[in-house]
Design a protein around this ligand. Structure first.
Ligand code: FAD
Ligand code: DHB
Length: 391
């Protein structure tokens, strides 16, 4: 072993979950080392989620991460629901008194990395061949090669697996101890980022007989748009002209038109609901996408990663500062309660807004959307879930 070190918490994965966990732990005097297999520039450029719940914004502000969010984040008090050529504004403030913020995950990650730099947080970027060892003992450790190829070992009291869906942490829990509940959807999203001013004040979720479309944004100059496409669709099948033409049809609304512009990013996002339990095995704890995935329609993925980490940071604080394991013992069930609410809401929004090949399902979903668009009570429930249940 070329390099050996010890820390309190070894954090595997520098996505929003891992970086925020390191940040919250630092603020309560707990030391951690973050290990990430991609480069810093890759992590800072990755385009993903865009909506922060009220609770997530409150957490980031309270953790000293609110400066740029307050200046550049865009507060949204509602969304539009569109069905065919009917469009209704749904007012979150009226429904539940809360809001959401448009502030890209990319920006959250950049802010977290800047704060880590300022505090001297150790993050080992571009590691390879990492493996978790002895996670069910009191002396777990991680081995890997650093970016120069040196063999390294980090010993820790706790390993936090925040390495996303394809990481090594979830598989480190023996298969016999793990259960997975999942649902695949027959569609995916084609997402684009375009250099054009959003043609709407609030996000538009549109169900059209040609398929679902979502109009979102990243700033006053950059729009983010999504189209329902069949699962397994290839990005090459979609020229920029075809995308704009399809978006225009799916958002068609009297007297309104899209703004088009240069497409600067294009990708296909698969969709699934996936919940793995337990989120703790011995001294290995999971948070974020390493333990669960939701389809993006309810904008919950990033927010769930943040809420897991808030619960986990509190639990580790009690463990390390007061030798109190009660919160770490209840972490899996505390996180699961919130997770299943978001899993249901994401499933519900997804099926209501997407077009299915099954005629009976389609009629039910269209009926559900007509009901929500016409009922203040249903809208208040959507608003409560979309803006995030209180912690
Ligand atoms: P991640 O962001 O996946 O971070 C995991 C980190 O671990 C990554 O940096 C990865 O490189 C690293 N890693 C992986 N394996 C290892 C290893 N072996 N060792 C060390 N490091 C490792 N949600 C929404 O709400 N709306 C959206 O529009 C949306 N778009 C998305 C688009 C894509 C392409 C994807 C994949 C997800 C999207 N999501 C979206 C979901 C949302 O981005 C995630 O829920 C969120 O990123 C979860 O954060 P995380 O930190 O748990 O995981
Ligand atoms: C965005 C993504 C979502 O999944 C969503 O429901 C709303 C907005 C976005 O990327 O902006």
């Amino acid at each position: 072993m070329d390099n050996r070190s010890r820390t309190q918490v070894a954090i595997v994965g520098a996505g929003p979950a891992g970086l925020l966990l390191a940040h919250l732990l630092r603020r309560s005097g707990i030391e951690s080392v973050v290990l990430e297999n991609r480069s810093r520039s890759y992590a800072e450029a990755r385009i993903r989620a865009g909506i922060l719940e009220q609770g997530s914004v409150d957490v980031l502000r309270a953790a000293g991460l609110g400066d740029r969010l307050n200046r550049e984040g865009m507060r949204h008090g509602g969304i539009y629901l569109q069905h065919g050529e009917r469009r209704t504004h749904l007012d979150f403030e009226a429904g539940c008194g809360r809001s959401v913020w448009v502030y890209g995950q990319t920006e959250v990650v950049k802010d977290l990395i800047a704060a880590a730099d300022a505090d001297g947080q150790r993050i080992d970027w571009e590691i390879s061949g990492d493996a978790l060892h002895d996670v069910d003992t009191d002396a777990p450790y991680v081995t890997y090669r650093d970016s120069d190829g040196a063999s390294c070992r980090v010993d820790a009291a706790v390993i936090a697996g925040t390495d996303g869906f394809h990481g090594i942490s979830r598989p480190a829990i023996p298969e016999a101890r793990r259960s997975v509940l999942e649902k695949e959807y027959p569609y995916a999203w084609l997402g684009i980022l375009a250099e054009t001013a959003p043609a709407t004040d609030d996000l538009i979720y549109s169900r059209n007989k040609r398929g679902f479309a979502l109009y979102s944004m990243r700033s006053r100059e950059v729009s983010r748009l999504y189209l329902q496409v069949p699962a397994g669709e290839k990005v090459d099948a979609w020229s920029d002209d075809r995308i704009w033409d399809e978006l225009a049809r799916r958002f068609a609304y009297d007297g309104w038109s899209l703004n088009t512009g240069p497409v600067i990013d294009k990708s296909v996002l698969p969709m699934r609901s996936f919940v793995s339990a337990p989120m703790r095995h011995g001294n290995l704890v999971l948070a974020g996408d390493s333990a669960h995935i939701v389809p993006p329609t309810g904008a919950k993925g990033l927010n769930l990663a943040i809420s897991d980490v808030v619960l986990l940071a509190r639990a580790l604080h009690a463990k390390f500062t007061a030798n109190d394991d009660r919160l770490i013992d209840s972490y899996p069930s505390d996180a699961a309660a919130r997770l299943w609410r978001a899993t249901h809401f994401s499933y519900w929004m997804t099926t209501m807004m997407h077009v299915s090949d099954d005629a009976f399902t389609n009629e039910l979903q269209a009926s559900q959307l007509r009901y929500v668009m016409g009922s203040e009570i249903a809208q208040a429930s959507l608003a409560e879930n979309y803006t995030g249940m209180p912690y």
